[in-house]
Design a binder for this molecule. Structure first.
Ligand code: 9WN
Length: 446
């Protein structure tokens, strides 16, 4: 894909370019998140990639998730990174995680990280199953059979999240690292990170991300990276054991955005189970209900949700897109849902007249910690828009969903599929092209 910036490409042209990007990033049964900056498989990226690929080939889309779940840990945990076989410059690499060396639950055949990311996977599998309706009967039979085979792994993943990441059944999934949230340097984490103090035992490391991108203003700061790497040291010292991590880690937060995705994903998994006669429906719907209540329980009168710092037991209200979590899982009463949709579409967020495209900035413009060019502190992220639009549709807000989808498609019409976009100028930032942005474009436009 060339780096020109022609706007107003036709939908067909954008979709074709997106398909080309996913093909170029395809290593067979693993699509790298972005060849230079992220030359491996990321967990929630893989789910979005599968959502896009479902439009082209349900079988290939499912292969993506089969690869990811092929690296599932014995506990049911699905790792946030599955390292590609080829040697690539990504920090922290397998030598830092050392999962196989320190933990017998780690898979033997694949190097992985020892963290998680939001469980978008069941949402992707449901869309793959739906896509088979347009496939040949043979392909439908084949893909359905493979979904049946994947099913126990999906169930084990959801059980891991409910049991190990929320042993008290509070209704919020605990994260041990902001990488787990997928929103690494969001101002959501500034408060909790104040308690993470990298010690002298932090081995030196290189910022491979900065050399890959050739740009530091768009990435997290060095002080943030020290904390990221320090938490990896803490986790490895806990041998990636959940009970030990819960006792010893200096970062433990109940993540509302992850929990909302989990609530919705449980419903999707229950629906798949129902359709294919696989059972566990009651258990999954119980999880859905628990995490929906957990998310809604953190929301204020305007429906905006807040994470909980589990070390201080304090809510950490932050003006970021994660506050819109209830629009992904539903469950607000009608007046609060209306208020939250109005907030999303109003002048503080999508309706801000200074925005190039009416999609939510990752952090509210003008808020403390907002930075329009830096990663999760302000730029707009296409997969987040997709997710919110998907949630709005499910919550009975089809008009707002349609507006968000249209604005997301307009932003992606540059055909560059940037990792994120500067909200005021519309400038593409981060890795370009990024697989999950191409995947979202494909789903919206194909
Ligand atoms: C750390 C791959 C991933 C996304 C995350 C995004 C970024 C990694 C990094 O890239 O995180 O996991 O190295 O910065 O924050 O959401 O999954 O695209």
């Amino acid at each position: 894909v060339d780096a020109g910036a022609p706007a107003h490409r036709t939908s067909a042209e954008v979709a074709a370019r997106a398909a080309y990007v996913l093909r170029a990033h395809d290593q067979g049964a693993l699509t790298v998140a972005a060849p230079r900056l992220y030359p491996h498989m990321w967990s929630w990226d893989a789910a979005f990639i599968a959502i896009g690929l479902a439009r082209l080939s349900p079988g290939r889309a499912l292969a993506e998730l089969e690869t990811l779940f092929g690296a599932q840990w014995r506990t049911g945990m699905v790792p946030h990174i599955v390292f590609a076989d080829t040697i690539h410059d990504y920090v922290p690499g397998p030598d830092r995680w050392r999962c196989q060396q320190v933990c017998t639950d780690a898979p033997r055949t694949r190097a992985t990280s020892g963290l998680i990311q939001p469980p978008v996977h069941a949402i992707a599998v449901r869309r793959i199953l739906e896509a088979t309706r347009y496939a040949t009967p043979a392909e439908r039979r084949q893909v359905t059979l493979r979904i049946r085979l994947l099913w126990p792994r999906l169930l084990a993943w959801h059980r891991y999240l409910a049991e190990q990441r929320d042993p008290g059944s509070s209704g919020l999934v605990t994260i041990y690292h902001s990488w787990e949230s997928g929103m690494d340097n969001s101002p959501r984490w500034d408060g909790p990170y104040a308690a993470v103090r990298p010690g002298p035992g932090l081995p030196p490391y290189r910022r491979a991300d900065l050399s890959a991108l050739g740009e530091s203003r768009q990435r997290p700061s060095d002080a943030e990276y020290d904390r990221y790497l320090w938490l990896v040291e803490e986790l490895r010292a806990a041998r990636y054991d959940d009970a030990a991590a819960a006792r010893t880690l200096s970062f433990r937060v109940g993540d509302v955005f992850m929990s909302a995705i989990f609530a919705a994903a449980n419903e999707e998994l229950a629906a798949i189970g129902d359709e294919l006669g696989l059972g566990a429906t009651g258990e999954l719907l119980e999880y859905a209900d628990r995490y929906r209540k957990g998310v809604v329980g953190t929301a204020g009168d305007d429906g905006f949700a807040a994470d909980i710092d589990l070390r201080t037991e304090q809510a950490v209200p932050a003006p970021t897109i994660a506050g819109f979590a209830p629009l992904i899982c539903g469950g607000l009463d009608a007046p609060r849902q209306r208020a939250l949709v109005e907030l999303l579409e109003g002048p503080q967020w999508c309706g801000n007249p200074s925005l190039a495209f009416a999609v939510p900035p990752s952090t509210r413009p003008g808020a403390e910690g907002f930075d329009p060019g830096r990663y999760w502190r302000g730029p707009q992220w296409p997969p987040m828009n997709w997710l919110l639009a998907w949630g709005l549709e499910r919550c009975g807000e089809p008009a707002a969903a349609a507006r968000l989808r249209a604005a997301t498609s307009a932003q992606l019409a540059d055909g560059l599929f940037a990792e994120y976009y500067e909200p005021f100028t519309g400038r593409p930032l981060g890795a370009q092209p990024q697989s999950w942005s191409a995947a979202v474009a494909l789903d919206l436009l194909a």
